[in-house]
Design a protein around this ligand. Structure first.
Ligand code: 3UK
Length: 527
């Protein structure tokens, strides 16, 4: 087989991939299109009016890889990316991979102390960021005990481009070698770097992208979920690049107005959102009448899509939302509704190439129809968490199984039904939120003695943080409305903006176990 190629065999039952012995994944995703005659085709369009062809993309990727090499960044070293959705994200991500460097896209909504942790944990060789995030990135770099060799803005990296050759020999890799990391939040609130291999993006693009969703060369993909999120990375980067389609990138925060404007302007054929946004868009559709007719399929992931939103969306727009569950560790969606088979209120069925089992507390498969923890197996799952051997053992099980930490059951027709998280983490707007982290921030306030955060469903049936607060004695008599405003501001100042509690309760004490652990499940039921 020719170097850096992959063969796809689609039998009647088990589609299979075969990789060349020497395989750098930047070649089939980027360079292949020029070789296949797609050089002049548009790979990326942006809200700012940029149009990037496949030939230009391939050149910029090569230049960027050469720039990293010239900076002295060695193969296997990590480059942290706090980069907004823009073409430079593609150049840096793929340039790094082509040069054998490991890109690590980070959530751009985080705060300095989160970035400091990630700089130290990853021992990053370089940090590249968009100017919009300077106020959080710069103090993080200054405070970090580990000093990256290079810290630079995306446009500084670009300025260096002119000086570099677009031709870059792909660093020799195999399909099994590491390619990139994505940080995922854990129940302690400490992020864990999930290590993904060269083959993983090929697996998700073929089996979810092409096989399940039906992505094709004439598709225009728009993802409201940003590229730093494994969901957005697949939707707006790997899927269109795999088939030679077009990605539409928009940096601003995804609101109903922004997403409707992008859809009307760029006429995407595939649209990817999260349940919270679909709910907000539905509310906005009471007044606005955007033309959404370009869309062939809508996709939802990140948290469960309430059946009611599915129905109202279909009624209003005439398009169908395909809900599917994915994770950072699996890279993309592994159980899904499909164009030919939708069951609202369920996550659907297995994506080809993945297997699932539902196990009880004893680790053994439950009886048919019973709920338990979902384990999955497939070729795109992260091989380990960086530097977290215990978390790796807990999550990446024997024989390739991955524990999702989600509680699932199969209904009578075999569709997978989501029943919630096994632990206390909450998903807010599709993003993992640790109750412990919000509690810790609340406790920093001089008037707060103790705090507990639980998830509570709002009117749209979407989860938001709810706070139970025990005040210090001298604050106990104060006006609760004023206190609430003060604490709200305090949380918003210290944490990513989506993490503030939407409901507040001031109580005399919190329910605790004998060993002093807060019993959050008791607060969840008493709301
Ligand atoms: C939850 C869902 C019910 C579930 C993701 C698509 O969300 C993604 O990755 P994360 O690592 O979170 C994973 C966890 O989120 N979840 C995701 N989708 C659904 N729960 N229904 C759903 N449809 O708890 C899961 O374990 O942030 C989603 C593609 C790639 C992704 N990384």
């Amino acid at each position: 087989m020719k170097d850096h190629t992959v063969e796809v065999t689609r039998g009647s039952e088990s589609p299979a991939l075969r990789f060349a012995d020497r395989f750098n994944v930047a070649v089939p995703f980027i360079d292949r299109h020029v070789a296949e005659g797609r050089g002049t085709k548009t790979a990326i369009r942006t809200l700012d009016g940029e149009e990037i062809s496949y030939a230009s993309l391939s050149d910029s990727v090569g230049r960027c890889g050469n720039a990293l090499k010239a900076m002295g960044i060695e193969p296997d070293a990590r480059v942290l990316m706090m980069v907004k959705d823009c073409p430079e994200f593609f150049y840096l991500f793929w340039g790094a991979i082509k040069a054998g460097v490991v890109p690590v896209p980070l959530n751009t909504l985080l705060r300095a102390k989160d970035y400091q942790y990630m700089i130290e944990d990853s021992q990053a060789a370089a940090v590249v960021y968009s100017p919009e995030f300077a106020a959080e990135v710069e103090p993080a770099v200054a405070a970090a005990a580990h000093k990256p060799t290079d810290v630079l803005l995306t446009h500084d990296l670009l300025e260096r481009f002119g000086r570099f050759d677009p031709d870059l020999e792909p660093h020799p890799r195999t399909a099994e070698d590491d390619a990139f990391w994505l940080y995922s939040s854990g129940s302690t609130g400490f992020p864990k770097g999930a290590i993904h291999r060269q083959r993983d993006m090929v697996v998700t693009s073929e089996f979810y992208g092409v096989d399940t969703l039906g992505v094709r060369e004439d598709d225009i993909c728009f993802s409201a979920a940003k590229l730093f999120f494994a969901y957005g990375l697949g939707n707006a980067m790997t899927f269109p690049l795999w088939v030679g389609g077009t990605a539409v990138l928009a940096a601003p925060r995804p609101t109903p107005d922004m997403t409707f404007e992008v859809i009307e302007t760029f006429k995407p054929t595939l649209y990817f959102g999260v349940p919270t946004l679909y709910a907000a868009q539905l509310a906005a559709l009471d007044k606005a009448r955007p033309d959404l007719s370009s869309i062939r399929w809508c996709v939802s992931a990140g948290e469960a899509l309430p059946a009611d939103i599915f129905r109202r969306w279909k009624e209003r727009t005439g398009t169908v939302i395909l809900d599917g569950i994915g994770s950072t560790e699996a890279l993309h969606i592994f159980i899904s509704n499909t164009p030919g088979d939708q069951h609202p209120g369920t996550s659907g069925r297995m994506v080809p190439c993945y297997e699932a089992r539902i196990v009880g507390e004893d680790g053994k498969p439950v009886a048919e129809g019973e709920a338990g923890t979902l384990h999955i197996r497939g070729d795109s799952t992260a091989r380990a968490y960086w530097n977290k051997p215990e978390k790796t053992t807990e999550t990446m099980l024997a024989e390739g199984w991955l524990s999702t930490g989600d509680t699932y059951r199969q209904d009578d027709d075999g569709y997978y039904v989501y029943e919630g998280r096994a632990d206390d983490m909450l998903k807010v707007g599709g993003i993992w939120t640790s109750p412990v982290e919000i509690e810790a921030r609340l406790i920093e306030h001089p008037k707060v003695l103790e705090a507990a955060i639980v998830g509570r469903a709002d009117d749209e049936n979407l989860i938001k943080p709810e706070a139970w607060v025990v005040l210090k004695e001298d604050a106990a008599g104060e006006d609760q409305t004023a206190l609430q405003a003060e604490l709200h501001e305090h949380v918003k100042q210290g944490l990513a903006p989506y993490k503030y509690p939407r409901w507040w309760h001031f109580v005399d004490e919190l329910p605790k176990t004998a060993t002093g652990k807060i019993q959050r499940f008791k607060l969840r039921v008493s709301a």
